[in-house]
Write a protein that binds this ligand. Structure first.
Ligand code: ATP
Length: 444
């Protein structure tokens, strides 16, 4: 064991408590976590809105488990990670570590928590002071936690350097003498020095190239096994998560949309967003490759997230209203038209031609892949009117006409979690038995 003077993994439990694996609480429980940042205006800093960076996120991590949080940039992964470590104050919800609410820890218990939960950041250059030797930097947390014996610190550091694939004499070298991959090994050594129970690894390999990335992942996996550490692993790269994690939660705009064991979520992805991350094609017809991409590229602002399901403005499986009778490909082009206009993502040529007064019906249809007529008469009329409004430069009227013409349950109702298999849940209207919409089959 390393860092014995800073306590063992049992520290933090009550004396005499002998919790077994089966009745022990998960090491980490995150329940309905909210982190909202106020948007203020004027001298008095009046609150005019909130960035909902994390909105109702729940998951737990058991001992020795690697849990992945995956999602696009801005989905709230880092904010969640920082809240778990107590670096960010939650607006709502609760985080429990070993059964204890982190917000209620103080004194020695808080000190113990800070030792037991460690962070490994994306850029190892940020983790080291260029004027400190590696030995001093890796040993610094020991000193801060009261280990005054320099020889003992040195022995622990040398042992750790060897465990992470470096050598004892490296302790006397400076950070600039190491490559990116070696520096990430050093930051893992530094995170391990206090004998933690949880490592939060925030994109630990995304600054590294291919082979080095695999080596660092393998090292993290080794230390997890050797020291029985849990890892909260943050990544935007679903393939890295696949190789490394036991379970995963997929985040979109501050919410978890799907969660479960890695083999279930990644082999049988249920949420359209997870399917998109995996590069799959939602389609009944494998030749229909058209919508393997989101309806629009614009990720909405977390200060003003879409109503209902937050993914509906981009969702290639968005539920059509019962009254609409369109073949799937026509439904897709119509909703893509609607949400592209809503997002203000006008093709440049259209924007120019609108300004010049030169836009015509055929050009709009061509740019948006809209057929000359649509099978459903009501939708056809609505789309014609929207195109006419667009041609006259009245974008708002075009948007309004389309939202009246093709409303969807996905924008009206907030979806709830549905369990697919034990431990695998998805938050999507297509799995709600009360809504007449089956999940679409998909191919990769
Ligand atoms: N201090 C802050 N004040 C206001 N908004 C913030 C603050 N910190 C983060 N945000 C916003 O919260 C949202 C979530 O950010 P976060 O960094 O958690 O996402 P992420 O998924 O980790 O993305 P990335 O991989 O880019 O870091 C983003 O829209 C971000 O701009």
């Amino acid at each position: 064991m390393i860092g014995p003077e800073t306590g063992s993994n049992e520290e933090g439990r009550q004396d005499g408590e002998t919790e077994t694996e089966s009745n022990a609480p998960p090491l980490l429980e995150v329940e309905a976590l909210d982190v909202h940042y106020p948007i203020t205006k004027g001298l008095l800093r009046r609150e005019v809105g909130r960035v909902r960076a994390v909105d109702g996120v729940s998951f737990d991590i058991t001992r020795g488990e690697t849990f992945g949080l995956v999602g696009e940039s801005g989905s709230g992964k880092t904010t969640t990670a920082h809240s778990v470590l107590g670096l960010e104050e939650p607006t709502g919800g609760e985080i429990r570590f070993d059964g204890e609410p982190v917000s209620e820890l103080s004194g020695a218990a808080l000190q113990a928590f800070r030792r037991r939960a460690q962070l490994v950041v994306q850029d190892p250059n940020e983790a080291f002071n260029p004027r400190m030797t590696i030995g001093e930097a890796v040993a610094e947390p020991l000193l801060l936690h009261g280990m005054t014996d320099a020889d003992r610190r040195r022995a622990i550091v040398e042992d750790l350097l060897e465990r992470v694939g470096l050598s004892a004499p490296d302790a006397d070298r400076y950070p600039h003498e190491f490559s990116g991959g070696e520096k990430q090994r050093l930051s893992i050594a530094r995170a391990l020095v206090l004998n933690p129970d949880l490592i939060v690894a925030d994109e630990p390999t995304s600054a590294l190239d291919g082979r080095v990335q695999s080596d660092v992942l393998a090292l993290l996996d080794d230390v997890r096994r050797e020291f029985d550490i849990s890892i909260l692993f943050i990544s935007h790269d679903i393939d890295v998560v696949r190789r490394f994690c036991d379970r995963v939660a997929v985040m979109y705009l501050g919410e978890v949309v799907e969660r479960g064991p890695i083999e279930n979520v990644l082999e049988f992805p249920a949420h359209p967003y997870t399917r998109l991350l995996l590069g799959s094609v939602p389609s009944l017809d494998p030749t229909d490759q058209q919508f393997e991409r989101p309806l629009t590229d614009t990720v909405p602002d977390p200060a003003d997230p879409p109503s209902g399901c937050r993914f509906h403005t981009r969702c290639p499986e968005i539920v059509p209203p019962e009254s609409v009778e369109l073949p799937w490909d026509q439904w897709m082009v119509v909703v893509a038209f609607r949400f592209t206009l809503q997002a203000g993502e006008l093709p440049e040529s259209i924007a120019v031609e609108t300004a010049d007064g030169e836009l015509d019906d055929a050009t709009v249809r061509d740019r948006f892949d809209l057929p000359a007529t649509l099978q459903d008469e009501t939708v056809d009329r609505g789309v014609n009117e929207a195109i006419s409004a667009l041609i006259t430069g009245d974008l708002q009227a075009a948007r309004d006409r389309l939202s009246e013409t093709v409303p969807t349950v996905c924008e009206r109702q907030t979806p709830t979690d549905t369990e697919r298999e034990p431990g695998h849940s998805v938050c999507c209207h297509r799995y709600d038995p009360a809504i007449e919409a089956e999940p679409r089959s998909w191919v990769r």
